[in-house]
Ligand binder design. Structure first.
Ligand code: ZN
Length: 390
């Protein structure tokens, strides 16, 4: 096998990795896509779309190709109640606990299944991310990636949405501020869907910048509009780039270069967190975007450079969506090679097919959205005038 020719991974960086078998045991049950199965109505039960397959296969690829040996494995532990309650209401935490202790149920919106034990597993996911962030901020690691499940970025302070139970990234951000002394956190979200939960939690807060690249008019409905940019003290500290369906490599990379990176440069974070959804890939069942493994490699390189430039390299990612079990693992591998600085010699086996998608030019209606989003950059102020106490 030969190294991926596009890899720019010449400097290995100590990179943490969080995974636990229980993440795959979070039981989402059966469904029929976006609806519960209903045999009486002719709707046959099938595997839930947020099943473990894509993430389990991702972990096994990371293990099988030898990359795991080059990462620093961080053992997750359950998030404490103090950590959860910095973000979520007590009623929300208790609701999930009660559903989990019974035979399962739903965490809030009818789309967020709770299996038996899911409360403990969701706490393990959030706590694993907290441990990872702690190790990075203490300088034991440069970066980190938590391959956690269930996902978190749709969960708001008081309810669950879109398969998400606890907002692990928000919990980690608040932990970094409260316990690790970092005033300013940026959360970049390139999941195919709007990071509405994360945005809502920090919508009035100028100390946490949220930036979401997502498919317009997707999930959640009526969310992630370009004019959503924070309120009160938080005005300017939420950014949204709702890219039209069909956006691919060119649109996403330009959005990174023209919106995300300038926003980070203006904000000057002490830590960059990444909601690393991989469901904007070209063959994902849950979006109509057309990114490839190489797109994720390119976007990761840009974020790594930004973290090096702005915050001592501190970049920590949590896996969010990504539902195609045969392509998500290779998107993550490209991302993780670039994050860690280690090559594996495993090329994207779908690259020849994906090249037709990646070659798509930037279309005018995509570029118009990116240009409009840049109008909000001027609302972001640097630390000298925007920093508040924590
Ligand atoms: Zn998603």
């Amino acid at each position: 096998m030969t190294p991926h020719p596009a890899a720019s991974t010449d400097i290995p960086r100590p990179t943490g990795y969080v995974y636990h078998p229980l993440f795959a045991w979070h039981d989402t049950g059966t469904s029929a896509g976006l609806r519960p199965a209903d045999p009486l109505a002719g709707v046959q039960p099938g595997k839930h779309v947020e099943a473990a397959d894509a993430k389990r296969r991702t972990h096994e690829l990371i293990h099988a190709c030898g990359l795991l040996r080059k990462l620093v494995v961080i053992e997750p532990r359950e998030a404490t109640m103090t950590e959860l309650l910095r973000v979520h209401t007590g009623d929300h935490v208790q609701h999930i606990k009660e559903q989990s202790e019974r035979s399962g149920g739903d965490a809030g919106d009818g789309f967020s299944p709770v299996g038996r034990g899911s409360y403990d597993i969701a706490r393990l996911a959030a706590g694993g991310l907290v441990e990872l962030v702690t190790a990075v901020v203490k300088g034991e690691l440069t970066r980190g990636y938590a391959l956690t499940r269930p996902p978190g970025h749709h969960a708001t302070a008081d309810t669950s949405m879109g398969f998400c139970l606890f907002n692990s990234l928000a919990v980690a951000a608040r932990h970094a501020q409260a316990e690790l002394g970092l005033p300013r956190i940026a959360i970049v979200d390139w999941d195919a869907h709007h990071g509405n939960g994360t945005q809502s939690i920090f919508y009035t807060d100028p100390t946490v910048l949220t930036i979401s690249l997502h498919q317009a008019l997707s999930y959640p409905p009526n969310s992630g509009w370009i004019h959503e940019h924070g309120v009160r003290d938080g005005t300017g500290y939420a950014l949204n780039v709702p890219l039209p369906a069909g956006s691919g490599h060119a649109a996403y990379v330009k959005a990174m270069r023209q919106v995300v990176l300038p926003a980070l440069d203006r904000f000057k974070p002490d830590l960059i967190l990444l909601a690393a959804g991989f469901d904007a890939n070209a063959w994902d069942p849950m979006s109509r975007q057309v990114l490839t493994a190489d797109s994720y490699r390119t976007m990761t390189r840009l974020l790594v450079d930004a973290a090096d430039r702005l915050c001592h390299g501190r970049l920590v990612a949590a896996h969010e969506g990504g539902y195609n079990p045969w392509y998500v693992p290779f998107c993550v591998l490209a991302f993780l090679e670039e994050l860690s600085g280690h090559t594996t010699g495993i090329p994207d086996p779908y690259a020849d097919i994906a090249a037709e998608y990646a070659a798509e030019p930037l279309l005018r209606h995509q570029d118009e959205v990116i240009q409009e989003a840049t109008e909000f950059l001027k609302l972001i102020r640097p630390p000298t005038t925007a920093r508040t106490s924590n």
